[in-house]
Design a protein around this ligand. Structure first.
Ligand SMILES: [Zn+2]
Length: 158
């Protein structure tokens, strides 16, 4: 170290403080990168949830319109049946896809211990729900609660 100081024409103190500044700068950079990465993931999850909505809402409306048409417009019975069956199959298929998107985007938070996790597809699909809040069992504390959708695993969301 002394040789190095002599070579650089600085004293040991200067050498050590320089190292400290470098380390601090490195820590700050790492922290910033981590934050940027987290924001990116959150944004991706937000977009996925938007996609869920833009797939689910039009399909539901189209299905309901088809059922209304089948019920009120004059047509052959077989055509009514085809229309209703098609509408129901479409709504169910889209609902399954939408749940898949919702399950993969972000996390659910336990209301008891605030643990955040990703449940399995079927756990998500079969859970009672109000919007995106689902009644599920927490894998951490094993309590049942209405778990809210959150965008990131960390608590402090920007
Ligand atoms: Zn819990």
């Amino acid at each position: 170290m002394l040789e190095l100081c002599e070579l650089l024409k600085i004293n040991v103190n200067e050498l050590l403080s320089g190292e400290r500044i470098m380390a601090e700068a490195y820590d700050k950079r790492a922290e910033e990168n981590l934050l940027a990465m987290r924001r990116e993931v959150e944004e991706k999850n937000r977009q996925m949830l938007r996609t869920e909505y833009w797939i689910g809402a039009p399909a539901t409306i189209a299905g309901l319109v088809m059922c209304a048409v089948a019920a009120y417009v004059e047509m052959a019975v077989w055509l009514r049946i085809v229309l209703i069956v098609f509408a129901l199959v479409m709504i169910v298929a889209v609902a399954f896809i939408a749940v898949g998107i919702e399950q993969k985007a972000g996390y659910y938070e336990c209301q008891n211990c605030h643990h955040r996790y990703i449940p399995t597809y079927w756990q998500t699909n079969l859970a009672m729900h109000m919007g995106r809040t689902r009644y599920m069992k927490c894998p951490e504390c094993s309590k049942w609660s209405w778990q809210k959708k959150v965008l990131s695993k960390e608590k402090e969301v920007q």
